[in-house]
Design a protein around this ligand. Structure first.
Ligand code: MSP
Length: 499
């Protein structure tokens, strides 16, 4: 295993407020970053997130609010930062594409690629979707409209600058064929591969004329043009870690990234444009690109433009932060789409969190109080059922580690819950109150001590998913003497309508 871990989320557009979809990727990245920090040490993990602030979308959103794009970006970027704070996101760096450190790097990259002959001037004619800032081929349109946002496209002809994607198609295809782990999950790997096998790449138009769009980074060699927002944004992954700056930090420490995380909507930019840009620059490629699925509302993708966005803060206020984090990472296998509903949150809350975990912790604390005045007893002899639980305690780190290697958060949690439920079953079958009545003191001691061991082990593994809960368990049961608090997840008895 490599000894350092650099993980990124997409840089979210600041044209609208964050919703559950954005929080999903960032929580997943946070969970992995926390997990890896435990494994490799704090100083060996670097977690980057941030905001994508240039381009037409943002210019338009700012115009609509009567603000300058910069003022508008400043405002929304803060909303993302505030949300990450509320969601306990442990990022190391937050980059904004309007920061000088980023602008400088983008301009350097443009200069290098121009000198190399990989950027050239040409004429662009095409069908353009302004809200998505994407040119489409006639064949890609759906009923004559943008296949993404379903709005009208315009025919545009103009002088522009192009990046020679086509020159590198053969190289990329070969690279992907050899690096089977580069794109995950497998379905996304196959998607990229067949896209490259079935289509001839066009060169990428990477500029927008200033008269059409001024809100962007000017091309250093043609200041009457600004860079295409994707060409700008992708470079953040290297500009944030100091590429091309005076200290050139990235060569020594963080680059190449271990993992770029995102949803499937922006797969191609990360598996076609970005690898080719890096290769043209002679920079190593990231180790892994993982594109997860979408949160849907009634089978439709959740997004601001579709008007079905749910505010994560509302969910946190209603169900608590850790229940929200747990739900997102547990309910849907990472990589698949999932339907978002509060009914499912309540189900997970009352089942996995209140009945299973909360109950185990609370009943164990109560028994420790009742039988041992809160002192945690020594380990004792184990019967057969207890022996199996002890084996599971030993196996769990291996199971969790295997699941996390493939970002299978849901499976990792399933393994943790297997242990929790083995312990709950053990309580029900052992009937400790009888052991107490019958004065079987040794049995009772080793029984309760094993429950404490189970809970402590579970808390270790729960930490990356639910840091506050892990902390609270540690406070209550981490020492020789307990410090009993309130139940962790009191059942939701009467879910409100809509939930
Ligand atoms: N600015 C670009 C990314 C540039 S990265 C160099 C962008 N921004 S975005 O604000 O639209 O964010 C897209 C990302 O937000 C998705 O890839 C995903 O990480 C997250 N999600 C947005 N909606 C989502 C869902 N409905 N479901 C799951 N994730 C979603 O694209």
């Amino acid at each position: 295993m490599r000894d350092k871990f650099y993980i990124t989320t997409p840089l979210y557009y600041v044209n609208a407020s964050p919703h559950i979809g954005h929080s999903y990727t960032t929580i997943a990245a946070d969970c992995l970053a926390r997990y890896m920090r435990k494994k490799l040490g704090e100083e060996n993990v670097w977690f980057l997130t941030g905001t994508d602030e240039h381009g037409q979308k943002i210019q338009r959103a700012a115009d609509a609010k009567g603000l300058s794009p910069q003022d508008f970006a400043d405002k929304t970027s803060v909303q993302f930062k505030e949300l990450w704070k509320a969601l306990d996101i442990s990022y190391n760096d937050f980059i904004r594409t309007t920061e000088p450190r980023h602008v400088k790097t983008v301009q350097k990259v443009l200069d290098i690629l121009l000198k190399k002959g990989d950027i050239y001037e040409g004429k662009y004619e095409g069908l353009y979707c302004t809200p998505c800032e994407t040119f489409w081929l006639e064949s890609q349109l759906v009923e004559g409209k943008c296949p993404d946002c379903k709005r009208a496209v315009e025919r545009i002809t103009e002088k522009n600058y192009f990046f020679r994607l086509s020159k590198y198609q053969g190289w990329l295809l070969n690279y992907i064929k050899n690096e089977k782990e580069f794109i995950q999950p497998d379905s996304r790997y196959e998607e990229t591969l067949s896209f490259l096998e079935l289509n001839k790449l066009n060169d990428l138009c990477i500029s927008r004329p200033g008269e059409r769009l001024s809100w962007g980074i000017p091309l250093p060699f043609a200041p009457d043009h600004v860079t295409y927002v994707w060409f700008d944004a992708l470079i953040n992954y290297i500009s944030a870690v100091g590429s091309f700056d005076d200290n050139d930090k990235y060569h020594s420490k963080w680059w190449p990234a271990e993992l770029h995380l995102m949803a499937k909507d922006i797969l191609r930019q990360h598996t076609v444009y970005w690898p080719i840009m890096l290769h043209a620059l002679d920079i190593e490629l990231p180790k892994r690109v993982f594109a997860h699925g979408w949160w849907l509302i009634n089978e439709d993708k959740m997004s601001k433009s579709r008007g079905n966005a749910v505010n994560p803060l509302e969910m946190v206020q209603k169900y608590g932060l850790d229940a929200y984090r747990y739900f997102l990472l547990r309910d849907v296998p990472f990589g698949s789409d999932g339907n978002f509903s509060e009914e499912s949150i309540v189900k997970r809350f009352n089942g996995d969190l209140a009945n299973d975990l909360g109950n185990l912790v609370y009943r164990t604390l109560t028994m420790l109080e009742k039988y041992y005045q809160g002192a945690i007893p020594e380990k004792g002899k184990l019967n057969e059922q207890a022996g199996k639980i002890e084996e599971k305690i030993k196996l769990l780190p291996i199971e969790v580690s295997a699941a996390m290697a493939y970002l299978d958060f849901s499976l990792a949690l399933e393994h943790i819950w297997e242990l929790i439920n083995m312990a709950n079953k053990y309580v029900e079958e052992t009937k400790p109150w009888n052991l107490a009545k019958e004065n079987k003191t040794d049995e009772l001691k080793s029984f309760i001590r094993l429950l404490v061991d189970v809970i402590r082990e579970a808390a270790e593994h729960i930490y990356p998913f639910m840091p506050q809960t892990a902390e609270s368990i540690k406070e209550q049961m981490g020492q020789d003497k307990i410090n009993k608090g309130k139940p962790l997840f009191p059942r939701i008895e009467n879910p409100k309508p809509g939930a």
